[in-house]
Design a protein around this ligand. Structure first.
Ligand SMILES: [Zn+2]
Length: 424
């Protein structure tokens, strides 16, 4: 065989080849190690760029408005300065809002809540409220609130605002309840079992008292229609809780002797559902047919001034936007917990007596309770962005698309929402 004319060249090609392979291995290793952070930087840069672009647009729009105003009043320098300050404040606000929007898009809004021990009754209820944007929305701008001057003293309200702020913080995948817990220490002592429904009602009452303060003082006058009765109520109770969760019953007592009728109105914040151990379908049905319920009972007739048998007609005249329904899971005789399955629908319709409108309610959140009354656990299953999520203390898990929220055997508290206008 003829020896190669250029042996040194062959050697060089071989060295180069080895070198290239080594370089490739090194390059791959470097990319593998650094690629994730590299793409993150890129993505972050992208987000930042688009944020800047949006901000530029906002500033440009606002500046155009300002220039137009400037040309209108050339000599009013003082107003110009004021306008500029307002504009700057607006820009800062818009900047913050945009940043918050980005954060939510990037990191999502589903987080667990830290349970320091036996606080699941509270933690699961808070998850249900996070799913109700209107619950927090009036608190976004305290200056818009009707009791503006007293907002500083509204302690639980302030705590709720602070909690929501923490919930949306980027850096945390779970949130602490924080000092809000202190306000419930007396009614719900720490490290012992409590009823989630009782907590929700207690929270509502405190918020109602804080926001409706100085409002409950209106001269009583004769009210004719359902709408008059409700409007009078909401005028004196303008809180978000009243506007979102409070409904009203009308009970009519008709004396069987003189046929005189007495009407009593009472508001409600939840509807109890009977747990029928033999027939689990009964609980919900009973509520749905309740408006036509006719009972007979004894009462003192105002006309006859004596005790007479009367007929009672009870119906809901005002349906709330959010209807809370609670399965009565304590057996009234044995005082044991009823662990039987319950029936509840994904949606149902109800007719408003005064307007004849049909309201459709859809299931939004469920609080489930497993175990016994002395040792049990609460979890929440909530609809977030039309997907179902299961919240168990500090963990949260997306549920599959085919998840059936009406299949939870331990359902205890149900949150239904209507998109229809429930004015009466
Ligand atoms: Zn009578």
């Amino acid at each position: 065989m003829k020896p190669s004319q250029y042996p040194h060249l062959e050697l060089d090609i071989f060295t180069c080849f080895i070198g290239i392979i080594l370089a490739c291995i090194l390059a791959f290793y470097y990319l593998y190690k650094c690629l994730p952070s590299f793409t993150f930087v890129l993505r972050d840069k992208e987000t930042q760029d688009s944020l800047e672009k949006d901000l530029d647009k906002v500033i440009k729009e606002d500046s155009t408005k300002l220039i137009q105003k400037d040309s209108q009043r050339e000599f009013m320098t003082k107003e110009k300065i004021e306008d500029k300050t307002i504009l700057q404040e607006q820009i800062i606000k818009k900047k913050e809002a945009l940043k918050k929007d980005r954060r939510l898009k990037e990191f999502g809004s589903n987080k667990g809540i830290v349970n320091p021990g036996l606080d699941c009754f509270l933690v699961s209820a808070l998850q249900c409220f996070v799913s109700i944007p209107e619950f927090f929305s009036p608190y976004d701008e305290p200056e818009d609130m009707q009791c503006k001057e007293s907002v500083g003293e509204m302690s639980v309200l302030n705590e709720i605002i602070a909690f929501r702020e923490r919930y949306y913080q980027v850096s945390q995948d779970k949130v602490k309840v924080g000092s809000m817990r202190n306000y419930f220490d007396q009614e719900f002592p720490r490290y012992s079992q409590h009823d989630s429904c009782q907590y929700i009602m207690s929270l509502f009452e405190i918020l109602q008292t804080e926001i409706n303060k100085d409002k409950i003082s209106s001269p009583s006058k004769h009210l004719e229609t359902h709408s008059e009765v409700w409007n009078e109520y909401i005028k004196n109770h303008p809180s978000t809780i009243d506007q979102l969760f409070v409904g009203m019953y009308e009970t009519c007592f008709v004396c069987k002797k003189c046929e005189n009728s007495d009407i009593v109105y009472e508001e409600f914040k939840n509807i109890p559902l009977i747990c029928n151990e033999e027939n689990p379908n009964l609980g919900f049905e009973e509520f749905l047919t309740m408006p036509e319920n006719i009972e007979e009972s004894e009462f003192i007739c105002r006309n006859c001034q004596e005790v007479f048998i009367c007929e009672i007609f009870k119906q809901i005249i005002k349906f709330p936007k959010y209807l809370i329904m609670v399965f009565q899971r304590i057996n009234p005789i044995s005082q044991y917990k009823i662990n039987s399955n319950v029936f509840y629908p994904l949606s149902f319709s109800q007719r408003v007596p005064s307007t004849k409108e049909q309201l459709t309610y859809n299931l939004e959140s469920i609080i489930s309770h497993t175990g016994t009354l002395s040792s049990g656990h609460y979890t929440a299953t909530c609809k977030r962005d039309s997907k179902w999520v299961h919240f168990n203390d500090s963990s949260c898990n997306d549920l599959p698309a085919n998840f059936d929220p009406t299949s939870l055997p331990n359902a205890y508290i149900l949150f239904y929402k209507t998109e229809s206008n429930c004015d009466i």
